[in-house]
Design a binder for this molecule. Structure first.
Ligand SMILES: Cc1cc2nc3c(=O)[nH]c(=O)nc-3n(C[C@H](O)[C@H](O)[C@H](O)COP(=O)(O)OP(=O)(O)OC[C@H]3O[C@@H](n4cnc5c(N)ncnc54)[C@H](O)[C@@H]3O)c2cc1C
Length: 538
């Protein structure tokens, strides 16, 4: 196979130009390393990308709102200078079938009055709940920026990390301690039931607990996912979500710019077929990659931002990895459960329960009218069907960022659950795709009947599309479920959560590593710090 490096050897090759691969590259390049990023697609960003799907209409095709991006990354890479601008997304509007609605906004007084309209008790409890969640977020926040400990070793450094977490836990009030344990073990609904009585409030809040998981709002473990989505912060405020001007691809492009400025080289349409492993040490040593066209490129370190199934079963020849590790890789769960329907609109949806154009269209619009509705949506998925009555999270970014569509036109982004990757026998996503899209439109039409008249174009993204086009195995939006048994020192494989792999000089830096999925950048940054640490030690 031809060596196309022309004698150039890179310090690090990063597999994948999603936002984590780019973050990894930017930190390494800033530290003086010669870095090459190789991205399979024609566009950078992975699941955080903006594409002009229809002429004049630019979509955040996959991820659509931002909150979790670590503030230290924004600072270290000076992302605003590279074009990052986050615009606020205010509130969540939940239309109800009986003609009523629930509309929570960032204005405390307004939200209090709105919830009190449904239940005075809940309006009071909402404040208390907010404070409790803030306390939980403060406890978890430093964990997002730490290399997970390995509790199985007696290494003093690892024990110190455990002690650090233990001390922080001890520092919480007893109420917060109980809440924390409950959050780690309960279902979203059981947890919310302890605070609230209003069905629609619980339903719409529980939605954050199921995003990207193949679990229902009543499944244990979903309370933690709820916290994961609370943890985002914008300008220091937890729970704040926003749009990136230019779509989520603008985030990836800003990181890519920072990486290039620091000297990194980034190539698109450069799919990697294999990682080259030399057998001079136990389990081997990564020395470069082979592209799909057969070209070989060499580096001291290979840092993979794709998931462990792709990295270790597709890109590594069998025989290099210990059985125990491979068992862990095989056990790692994906179970994609989400889809997207993106629409180009000629106008704005007109909700029966709040007619006309108003601020309610500027935030998230959530089809999550009752707890039973949410759980029934999961019932369909359990048996291999997309939900006949799905949970839909909608946003209209063009009301905040007019650059995404021609004047007077809009884009509507619909995140949908459930769309199970594995369909029942006899069904397949290629034939179900447009039926799924029709069902989403019909569901929205029950609340905003004009929707069908204003659709100019529609793009349906199924979990199979996410796998084929974005390389997300089984269509899981987080490169692997964010379930408790796959988090922290267990992500992606117990004993291998510190971004290294059994193959020397082969690292992992994507969402399949701690602290997991979402536009966060944390895995990419933490992996870079570990690569640099090992480089210093050598
Ligand atoms: C539908 C959807 C909606 C979402 N909504 C949100 C949201 O609103 N907010 C949020 O915070 N998060 C959201 N997420 C999650 C978030 O987008 C992802 O967790 C995150 O973008 C993953 O980043 P990453 O860099 O770790 O991996 P990826 O984005 O998966 O990047 C991996 C990259 O590797 C490339 N690649 C794959 N194979 C190869 C190969 N052989 N050679 C070279 N390159 C390769 C891929 O093309 C891809 O660009 C959503 C995800 C999806 C799919």
């Amino acid at each position: 196979m031809p060596d196309v490096s022309n004698g150039t050897k890179f310090d690090v090759i990063v597999i994948g130009g999603g936002h984590n691969g780019l973050t990894n590259a930017a930190y390494l390049a800033k530290a003086g390393k010669k870095v090459l990023v190789l991205e399979r697609r024609h566009v950078l960003g992975g699941a955080a990308c903006t594409e002009e799907v229809f002429p004049g209409f630019k979509f955040s095709v996959c991820s659509y709102v931002v909150s979790l991006l670590r503030p230290e990354i924004i600072r270290d890479l000076d992302l605003p200078r590279h074009g990052l601008e986050i615009l606020p997304l205010d509130g969540t509007f939940t239309p109800m079938p009986n003609g009523d609605h629930l509309w929570r906004v960032n204005d405390h007084g307004k939200t209090h009055r709105e919830i009190a309209r449904h239940s005075r008790v809940d309006a009071e409890a909402y404040d208390e709940f907010g404070k409790a969640m803030q306390a939980m977020c403060r406890f978890v926040k430093p964990i997002l920026s730490m290399i997970p400990p390995d509790p199985a070793t007696l290494n003093p450094r690892e024990l110190m990390k455990l002690l650090f977490i233990g001390r922080r836990f001890q520092g919480m009030s007893s109420g917060d301690k109980y809440n924390q344990v409950q959050l780690m073990t309960m279902s979203a609904i059981d947890f919310l039931d302890q605070w609230f009585e209003t069905d629609v409030l619980k339903a719409t809040m529980s939605a954050s607990g199921i995003i990207g998981t193949f679990l229902g709002v009543r499944s244990p473990g979903t309370a933690y996912v709820l916290l994961h989505h609370y943890m985002g912060e914008i300008d220091g405020a937890f729970r704040a979500w926003g749009f990136a001007r230019g779509g989520t691809g603008a985030i990836s492009n800003a990181i890519a710019d920072a990486a290039r400025e620091a000297g990194a080289e980034i190539r698109t349409e450069a799919p990697i077929a294999k990682i080259i492993v030399k057998n001079d040490v136990k389990n081997g040593r990564a020395t470069g990659v082979v592209l799909a066209n057969g070209d070989e490129i060499y580096a001291d370190v290979v840092s993979s931002s794709v998931d462990p199934r792709l990295t270790f079963t597709k890109m590594i020849e069998p025989g290099h990895l210990p059985d125990e590790f491979m068992d862990g890789v095989k056990r790692y769960k994906f179970r994609g459960s989400s889809g997207k329907v993106n629409m180009a609109l000629d106008g704005l949806p007109n909700f029966k329960c709040m007619p006309g154009v108003g601020a309610h269209l500027r935030g998230a619009m959530s089809i999550s009218p009752s707890v039973e509705y949410m759980e029934k949506a999961y019932d369909d998925a359990k048996y291999g069907h997309w939900s006949s009555r799905p949970y839909i999270d909608m946003v209209i970014p063009t009301l905040t960022d007019t650059s995404l569509a021609p004047p007077g036109k809009h884009i509507l982004s619909c995140f949908v659950q459930y769309a199970p990757y594995k369909l029942a026998t006899g069904l397949n996503w290629d034939t179900e795709k447009e039926n799924f899209g029709d069902n989403v439109v019909n569901t929205i039409a029950q609340y905003a009947p004009n929707i069908k008249d204003i659709i100019l174009h529609r793009q349906v993204v199924t979990p199979l599309d996410l796998e084929r086009e974005w390389g997300l195995t089984e269509g899981n939006i987080f490169q692997g479920e964010l379930s408790l048994e796959q988090l922290f020192f267990l992500r992606p494989v117990a004993g291998w959560a510190q971004f290294r792999s059994p193959i020397k000089n082969l690292y992992m830096c994507g969402s399949a590593t701690h602290p997991g999925g979402g536009i966060m950048g944390a895995p990419g940054r933490l992996a870079a710090l570990e690569i640099l640490k090992d480089g210093k030690a050598a």
